[in-house]
Ligand binder design. Structure first.
Ligand code: HEC
Length: 144
């Protein structure tokens, strides 16, 4: 008897999933030519919001390490749009954001955000950081 009800539950669950999939099916965005990347998977609006609140003062609007406090910091804040950071990938950036200078074995002032931000927030802001490089890379193409 329990076997039958379990099967029934699975069947009903399947129907619900099917209905949900059908509903969402039309709204799926077209996969980009380069395939999905972590930088598009996470919500940039949230990442940007976190960045503006917690990072912009040191790293600057475009992540170039030119925030309003930057000139008073030694070593200066990293250029987040630089290939050195952009090539790290989402997990490594998230680890550095989470651990800060201490976590990286640096003597600098980069705070460890793992105490202030949750894991999803760290990933969202890291994802936003990785989008700064893409914006940077597009700029030379605008040249006449
Ligand atoms: C108080 C200023 C300050 C704030 C605020 C700050 N940073 Fe930094 N950050 C630095 C400095 C300075 C460095 C250079 C490394 C060091 O600490 O010596 C750095 C380095 C980094 C690096 C590069 C690490 C490496 O490999 O060199 C990343 C990524 C980074 N910050 C991301 C962030 C993010 C994301 C935020 C916001 C959640 C943030 N930072 C907030 C000062 C800051």
């Amino acid at each position: 008897m329990t076997g039958i009800s379990a099967r029934l539950a699975v069947a009903i669950g399947g129907l619900v999933c099917l209905a949900a999939a059908c509903e969402g099916g039309q709204k799926q965005p077209e996969p980009s030519a380069t395939g999905p990347s972590t930088t598009t998977l996470l919500d940039h609006a949230e990442g940007r919001e976190l960045y503006v609140r917690w990072c912009i003062a040191c790293h600057g609007d475009r992540g170039r390490g030119d925030g309003i406090t930057a000139s008073r910091l030694a070593p200066p804040p990293a250029d987040l749009a630089s290939p050195r950071i952009q090539d790290l990938g989402p997990d490594e950036v998230a680890a550095r954001v989470s651990g800060g200078a201490t976590g990286m074995g640096l003597a600098g002032v980069m705070p460890a955000w793992g105490h202030t931000l949750g894991p999803y927030q760290v990933l969202a802001v890291s994802s936003y950081v990785l989008s700064l490089g893409a914006a940077e890379a597009q700029e030379p193409q605008v040249q006449p």
